[in-house]
Design a protein around this ligand. Sequence first.
Ligand code: NAD
Ligand code: TDX
Length: 358
Amino acid sequence: MTTSSTGAPQRKLGSLLVTGGAGFIGSSFIRYLFRQPDFGGRIVNYDLLTYAGNLDNVEGAVDAARYKFVRADICDFDTLLKTCEQENVDTIVHFAAESHVDRSILGPSAFVQTNVIGTFQVLEVVRKLPSIHLHHVSTDEVFGSLGPTGAFTESSPYQPNSPYSASKAASDHLVRAYAHTYGVSTTHSNCSNNYGPFQFPEKLIPLMVLNMLEGRPLPVYGDGMNVRDWLYVDDHAEAIWLVLRSGKTGESYNVGGRAELANLPLLERLIDIVASETGRDREDLRRLITFVKDRPGHDRRYAVDSSKIEAELGFRQRHNVDTGLRETVRWYIQNNAWIERVRSGAYREWLDANYAKR
Ligand code: NAD
Ligand code: TDX
């Protein structure tokens, strides 16, 4: 750690290895960093390029002289270790994961492999190279489901309900244990639902926008009143940057959007935006809403108390949900080539097969 002009201690961030940097949030983080005038370091993007990884997400946004891509698995200890040694990595920012709850319900094995074993291998590398600082990116879902009031804090009990959230909870526990037992240098963050450009269209917001544009049904699980706390993805990138630079070693930080919305009212907002951006008829779009069988074990409500990162590191969301959703819808309208590339018919068949109309 060195000291900044404001007196806050800051980490040396010369050579970063970003796992999952071709995914939705990891790529936002890489684009964000290359926009920061005070970031002069190098980035190694270490990503297996699963169905969710796409190098188009960072195309044109990196400084080629300070960037390298390595296609490899976080579960592959030898390659990860060698890459860290060769690139003199001083910091790992760990995004790589299987991230979609519905997929975890149908096939939990990949989630245990990548999220638990993969994080274990990342930690083993850091144990072997203890000068590396690890920032672990996690989710609010590890805390389970809330009633109508309250919000998750850093000390909320872990109560994961899906194979996805259980695998992320296991990875959080391993990070904590390695810090406690081996003295590995870590920070970690638990963030609420992200939205924005480049999100794979299996997640609620891009799925709904694309289905509207194509006149397809808008599948609402259960009664549509499950609540999520929405954060624009670039704000998450900024929060991670703040924690990386000045977060206390060994600490966790919750990051939320202060934007709780139930799914149906969110869908109504998206319908309004798509109607105004495309000239489509609002009522025609509303008729596409289709209530389908609920997600098994569907968490009712998430809300995140971000007061720690706000008070300690000065975090503030820069995007409110109105402008953020409009920017996101516009991006999906304007980026058809990206959509075609990331999409395969397989997901739609899977959705139809597993979420029958009620
Ligand atoms: P994503 O599914 O869009 O991207 C995951 C990336 O990881 C992809 O590029 C994929 O190719 C890569 N990857 C998967 N398995 C890998 C492996 N074995 N080795 C190397 N790379 C691998 O996910 P995302 O939405 O960008 O989420 C990133 C992280 O943030 C995850 O850890 C997730 O749990 C967490 N998170 C996500 C959200 C959200 O709303 N999406 C919210 C909070 C936290
Ligand atoms: O077709 C759908 N219909 C529907 O009603 C889909 C895909 C989702 N939903 C509902 C389920 C949730 O209540 O919308 C809400 C959001 O669903 P997802 O986009 O799948 O997100 P969620 O399950 O909340 O998890 C997300 O936030 C936390 C990310 O996928 C995780 O990676 C992150 O950790």
